[in-house]
Design a protein around this ligand. Structure first.
Ligand SMILES: [Zn+2]
Length: 283
């Protein structure tokens, strides 16, 4: 993975007609729990990583300073510092992609918690009888509403013989399925995909209601690839379900919005992270 990242960075620099010595720093968002001070990915279940010194390794190979944060924290930094003009003091970010992660700004600061792992809201259990999650639990938010979960439900339904336009579009084994294909199918009247996406949006609305009751944020930002592709299909359902299930008053005057940065929140935040950390060093 590290070798691929190195190659990827070199390719981007070439494509931009730059040279490595014009790059002052690199920011990285890594999945799982990270020790940002040491630049170490402590545990990333989806990569099977334990204690990988990714920042040091990349810095050695690319010869520039490298800064590391959790991927959702990085997305949150991008949305908060680059997208939001007003800086609300309490913001909850929910990012739905391959998995589901979150970021919290509390009192204007990123909240990490005592263990540094705060914000793992994808593993909030929504349905104790629900499908098995990668973390070993059952019925986690991520196991119900991530892209992985959506694709699994669609593949299972096709195996059972249910009809969907997706098999016409992509072939029987649904290879190379993307979130955008789900949007296309729904807009062409695909009932199966519409139902599965609506259920995921309802589960997301329940998660939003629970989190609003606990945190009392001023703003809730939804981001990630799934929301970017399906915001028109999902956002009205998410908002309505959240308002139906939150405590009276918990969502009063609270904005629930889709991030305009979409899937670019992460790279934007990673660039912001590198710039901020470098400016600390030069003080
Ligand atoms: Zn889980």
């Amino acid at each position: 993975v590290i070798e691929r990242i190195v190659r990827c960075v070199q390719d981007v620099i070439d494509e931009c007609d730059l040279k490595m010595d014009q790059v002052r720093g690199i920011g990285i968002g890594a999945p799982g729990s990270v020790d940002s001070a040491k630049g170490v990915v402590s545990f990333a279940p989806n990569l099977g990583w334990h204690d990988v010194s990714i920042a040091k390794e990349l810095s050695k190979q690319l010869d520039v300073p490298v800064f590391l944060e959790n991927d959702c924290t990085v997305s949150m930094l991008g949305v908060y510092h680059v997208e939001l003009q007003a800086k609300p003091s309490d913001v909850l970010g929910i990012f739905i992609g391959t998995g589901i992660g979150g970021g919290m700004i509390i009192g204007g600061q990123i909240y990490r918690g005592f263990t540094g792992c705060a914000g793992e809201l994808g593993h909030m259990v929504i349905d104790i009888h629900g499908p098995k999650c990668g973390c070993g639990n059952q019925g986690c938010f991520e196991a119900l509403a991530s892209r992985t979960a959506l694709f699994q439900q669609i593949r299972a339904a096709v195996k059972e013989g249910q009809d969907t336009l997706l098999t016409e579009m992509l072939g029987r084994d649904l290879e190379d399925m993307r979130s955008g294909d789900l949007r296309k199918a729904i807009r062409r009247g695909d009932k199966l995909v519409a139902r599965i996406v609506k259920e995921a949006a309802e589960h997301t609305g329940i998660a939003v209601a629970n989190l609003a009751n606990i945190l009392g944020p001023e703003m809730i930002l939804m981001g990630g690839g799934v929301i970017e592709a399906l915001d028109q299909e999902m956002m009205p359902v998410i908002t309505k379900t959240a308002r139906d299930h939150a405590m009276d008053g918990a969502l009063k005057d609270v904005q629930i919005v889709a991030s305009q940065l979409g899937d670019h929140a992460g790279i934007t935040g990673a660039a912001f992270l590198a710039r901020r950390e470098l400016s600390k060093g030069s003080r």
